[in-house]
Each structure stands twice: as C-alpha cells, then as structure tokens.
Design a protein around this ligand. Structure first.
Ligand code: HEC
Ligand code: HEC
Length: 561
C-alpha cells in the first residue's frame, strides 16, 4: 500500500516537474498536419489544467527577479500621493516637458494601454487566473515583483500579449494600444534626472529601494530605444538590436561604460522594422517563430525572455543563472502559451450573424486560393451528422491542417521588418546564453503566412498593421485605404466594422478616435500596405478573380475561423 502511494507521488512529481520528454526545438522538427502541440508536454488532463494555469500567472506577473529595470513600488505609490510635487516639477523642467499627464498608478496603467482582469464569473478562455487568488487592484501585465531590494514594479508578457476585446480581456491576443516602448523611452529621458537623495526624502524610500532606483538608472544606460511609428506597433526588435549595440561584443554582452558612450552604429536606429505583437494561439501549429520565421530553433519562450531582458539592460550571467534555476516556471509558461485559444466570433456576436450557405461558398474559394499557404480548416458543418448539431457548433472549426514545417513567403508586403533581422542576428547567435538555449536566428526573405485561427479579432492585418480590414485586404493595393486610425476595441458598433471585419475608416471613424498617435499613414516607410494581392486575388495576368459577392462569402468564412 505504502509503495503504491509513494510511486503515485513520484509519478506526479515527475510529470509536474516535466522530467518527461522535452519537445524537439531543433530546426528539423516536423508537425504532422492535422495534429498540433496544444498540450506540448503531453500532460494528463488534470496536470495540463494545473500547469497551464500556473503558466498563465507567469505570463501575467513577470517572474524574472534579476530583471534589469524595476521601479520601487511603494515609493512610487507615495510619490503619486504626495501633494508636494516640487520634485516632479523640477524634473519636468529639466527635460523640457510641462506634464507627463500621469497622476496616479492607475493613470500609468491606463496610459500604458493595460487591461483589467476579467470578473470571477468569466468562463472558458476568458477565465484568466488571479495571481494571488483574488481579483487584483492592478491591471494585467503590471507586475509587483518581490526583489531583494523590496517590491519592484515591472511589466510582463501580458502587457503586449493580452488585449481588451469589446470589454472582455483575452490572453494571447495582440494588445492594440500598448505603449511599452514609449515607457522605456520616457524612463530613459526621466530617470537620469531623478536625484536619489530627494527621491528618498519625498517618497520615504528605504535604503534598499534607493539601491533599486540606482540599479535601474544604471541599467537604462544599456537600453537602446526607438519610438514605434504609430500606436499598435512595437519596436522590441530594434530595441534588442540597439541595446546589444550598447554592450561589449563578448559572450555575455557585458555592460561597459565605453560601449554606452560610443554605441556601435546599427541601421535600426533609423530604418523602420516595427511589427505587431503576434497572437499566441498559433504557436501550437508552428515550427519557427516571429512574423518573418527567423527564429528557426530553440524554445521560443526562452528566446522571448532573452529578448525582453536585453531590452531591459539585464546582466546576462545573472539571467543565465535564473533560467537554469527556473526551468519549471519557464516550462509552465511555455505550456500555457502553446495552449491558448482564439476567441470565437459567436462569443461576441449573435450566431444569426453567420450565414452558413455564404460561409460554405467562401470555404470553397478559400480552398482554391488560400489554403496552400494558410492551411486547411475543417468545419463541423461538413460532418455527416452536422444537422443534429446546434447552429453555434456547426460553424466551429474541428481541425486545422497547417504545414509540417512553417513556410516563409514573400508576397510583396513591406520588407522593413524582415530586413531588420539582419541588423542583429549574428550578435544574438554569438551570445553564450543563445548557445545554452539552442536559439538560432536566421534572416529570411518574406513572412510566415500565419494560421488564420481567430483572424476576425486580429485586425488590423499584416505584420505591420497596414491593412485596416478584411475588405481592404481583398482590394487592389492601388485602391486600398491610405490612412486610418488605430482604434481600441471598446464598442462593437462604433469601433468595429463587422461587415468588413476591422477598423471603420473614412467618415465612419468616431471623432474621439482621431488622435495623432493613432494615425496610420501607409505612405511611410515600414508602414506600406502593398502586396498580398497579385496571384492571390488575381490570375497570372493580374486580372481580378473574385466578384463582390465572392469576397463577401470569403469574409463570412473567415469570420468562422
Ligand atoms: C513590448 C511588447 C512585448 C512584450 C512585453 C513581449 N512580447 Fe512577445 N512579441 C512582441 C512582438 C512585437 C512580437 C512579434 C515580433 C515579430 O515577429 O516581428 C512578439 C512575438 C512573440 C512570440 C512569437 C510568436 C510567433 O507566432 O512566432 C512569442 C512566442 C512571444 N512573443 C512570447 C513572449 C513572451 C513569453 C513574453 C514574456 C517573456 C513576451 N513575448 C513579451 C512583443 C512583446
Ligand atoms: C503565396 C502564399 C499566400 C497565399 C496563397 C495567401 N496568403 Fe495570406 N498571407 C501570406 C503571407 C506571407 C502573409 C503575411 C504577410 C505579412 O504579414 O506581411 C499573409 C497574411 C494574410 C492575412 C493577415 C494575417 C494577420 O495576422 O494579419 C490574412 C487575413 C490573409 N493572409 C488572408 C488570405 C486569404 C483570404 C487568402 C486567399 C484569398 C490568402 N491569404 C492567400 C501568404 C499567402
């Protein structure tokens, strides 16, 4: 009896600590089309539930205690409470600004574009775990980390990889309004002028918290930032390249003052390589990572930790130690990211808004013109017994057949982002930590045709957000929308065009959404809306193949993915 219990405990311990097999992260891995890696570590149903919940918590609250940038949390709370704003005034005067516009911690979260945790009664994929068991008073992505210097505020993966979709937060969806890179920019401008002594006096910071502040100020010197061209785009890639250019060229990219005074030149200080944060639910179908498929080997979650930390000026020896000691946490997060699922159209709109005969006609067009790149989607309506299913189940996808190996295609879309990879691939590959993680970056020509699961919620389209809606995607590039606004998904009726699936454009844009930082101009370098048309929507001679009705049907089908 005792033996059996012990064995049971051992087994449980083994699988929870993932002593089972590590997935194949090499560039020779293949995925049998029709299967996927949703349950990456092949855990039992119960363990899978437990592990992915823990993993989501790491996605929500940043687990890296050795991270480079922490804002002393309690002092910051006091700073905002402090009526005497002489310090703030002095700093703002020094950097030549009148105001930051941020007057509370909540104000900071909102400015940054963070979203709130869903209520307790949320179900399915919308049931987002509460890190401490109760609904937090902070926002998703905000992370109050217990460091050796006290509580430090930083921001997690969920900052960019979770989003508000018409009042419900969704994990793994691209945050359309995040200003993470702007926060770094602001910190670089602001922090050098924060005098530790006055800071301590005004905020009541402990000596340890002052140490935390000094450390953050120092590490900011190893961070290179550029501002994204427009709201909704992210410059993490240039940030990695420019930060590496501010560190020594040795296996641990050590931080030396000389490299910060004279950073090596890098084309990403002026060439645009912006892209949007990718959705997480596609990971399970893919064998290579990023919009250009340039990460060809290594667990992408480890790689993303490395990128995040390079962008935060972290010591890579300390990071390497952290990774070795925290394999369980990283694997939990990996399991969680691979298990995420897309929101369904019918979770937000009535089932009656899907016209099945039209969607079925669209399906045929998709099979002929799109499937070879984007994969095959089997619908429940094709089952023999589909008539017996409720309508809402009939329109579900029951199987996705994506490629054995993720392809990269050049369909004439803006090259800026894929060209950008060249600017730092070798510097990244040479790091000791990349070798340890077996990460390999290989520059590509083109982009991955992504799986289209949940595509209705992923507007605006393309890696660089240059196409506001599916209607626009199906339009000749010469006639596509030239300028539009990056609009948050708050109101289903005003902020969303449910026929075209995407942003309202032209005179349908709500007045309050017409703000400068959200203005998207496709004439700008890196923001071009070219490509993805010839031989996709035309024949070899360039003649358009689809009628207005065909396009409507195709959009109807895409809504159901
Ligand atoms: C500042 C915003 C930001 C943060 C924070 C962030 N990411 Fe990302 N992430 C991005 C962007 C942007 C891309 C797409 C870059 C590209 O492909 O051009 C991306 C891509 C990815 C991908 C590749 C997806 C694919 O389909 O290939 C993974 C995996 C990922 N991130 C995981 C993470 C993890 C894990 C964290 C936390 C450790 C994290 N990200 C934090 C912005 C962010
Ligand atoms: C030759 C391969 C190829 C074919 C055929 C193709 N696509 Fe694509 N598609 C791509 C590539 C590559 C991208 C990514 C381009 C980028 O991000 O710059 C893409 C992107 C997209 C996107 C945007 C994805 C996102 O996350 O923003 C949509 C939507 C899309 N395609 C729909 C279609 C439809 C519908 C068809 C059929 C009418 C089709 N594609 C046919 C290669 C293809």
């Amino acid at each position: 009896m005792k033996k059996i219990v012990l064995l049971g405990l051992l087994l449980q311990f083994n699988s929870l600590s993932f002593a089972s097999i590590e997935p194949d992260w090499s560039d020779s891995v293949e995925i049998t089309p029709g299967t996927n890696r949703e349950n990456l570590y092949e855990l039992s149903e119960e363990e899978f539930k437990e592990v992915t919940q823990e993993g989501l918590k790491h996605a929500l609250v940043y687990p890296v205690e050795v991270s480079g940038l922490f804002i002393p949390y309690e002092p910051m709370v006091n700073f905002f409470k402090e009526k005497d704003n002489s310090l703030m005034k002095m700093i703002l005067a020094k950097i030549g600004e009148k105001t930051t516009g941020i007057e509370s911690i909540e104000g900071l979260y909102q400015w940054l574009g963070l979203n709130q945790y869903n209520d307790e009664d949320a179900e399915g994929i919308y049931r987002i775990p509460y890190p401490e068991g109760h609904k937090p008073d902070y926002y998703m992505g905000a992370s109050i980390v217990h460091t050796k210097w006290g509580k430090g505020l930083t921001f997690s993966c969920a900052t960019c990889h979770s989003a508000n979709l018409f009042g419900t937060s969704v994990i793994g969806l691209t945050n359309k309004v995040v200003k993470a890179n702007r926060l770094f920019e602001m910190a670089k401008k602001f922090m050098p002028f924060v005098p530790p002594k006055s800071f301590q006096k005004i905020t009541g910071a402990t000596d340890e918290e002052v140490e935390m502040l000094k450390r953050t100020k120092k590490n900011l010197g190893a961070v290179g930032v550029v501002r994204p061209q427009v709201l909704g785009l992210d410059t993490s890639l240039p940030q990695v390249a420019l930060s590496l250019a501010r560190r020594a060229k040795d296996p641990y990219a050590s931080k030396k003052p000389i490299n910060q005074i004279f950073p090596r030149s890098n084309i990403l200080s002026h060439e645009v390589a912006d892209s949007k944060p990718a959705v997480w639910w596609n990971l399970k179908y893919k064998t290579r990572w990023l919009s250009d498929g340039s990460i060809v080997a290594g667990n992408p979650i480890y790689t993303n930790f490395l990128w995040n930390e390079l962008g935060r000026g972290t010591d890579l020896k300390e990071l390497e130690g952290w990774m070795k000691d925290n394999q369980k946490a990283v694997r939990e997060l990996t399991a969680a990211a691979f298990s995420t699922k897309a929101p369904l159209w019918t979770d937000f709109f009535p089932t009656s808004s899907i016209n099945i005969p039209s969607a079925k006609r669209g399906e045929k067009i998709f099979e002929n013109r799109c499937q070879k790149c984007h994969g095959q989607y089997t619908k429940a309506w094709s089952l023999d017994y589909s008539d017996e299913l409720p309508l809402v189940d009939r329109i579900k996808t029951i199987n996705v057949k994506y490629h054995k190996k993720t392809p990269v295609k050049d369909v004439g879309t803006d090259p800026g982002r894929y060209l950008g990879t060249k600017a730092f691939a070798s510097a990244l590959n040479e790091l000791q930590i990349s070798k340890m993680m077996k990460t390999v970056v290989v520059p590509q020509k083109g982009y991955v045709p992504p799986p289209l699961v949940g595509i209705w919620s992923r507007y605006p389209y393309l890696h660089n957000n240059a196409i506001p809606s599916l209607c626009d995607l199906m339009t000749n590039p010469a006639k596509r929308t030239k300028t539009f606004y990056q609009i948050p998904a708050e109101s289903k009726t005003e902020d969303f065009d449910s026929e075209c699936v995407g942003f309202p454009v032209g005179n349908k844009v709500p007045k309050k959404r017409k703000i400068k930082e959200a203005f998207f101009n496709t004439a700008k370098k890196g923001l071009r809306n070219t490509g993805h048309f010839r031989r996709i929507f035309t024949d070899k001679q360039g003649r358009e193949l689809l009628t207005k009705e065909n396009k409507k049907d195709l959009i109807m089908f895409l809504k159901t993915l």
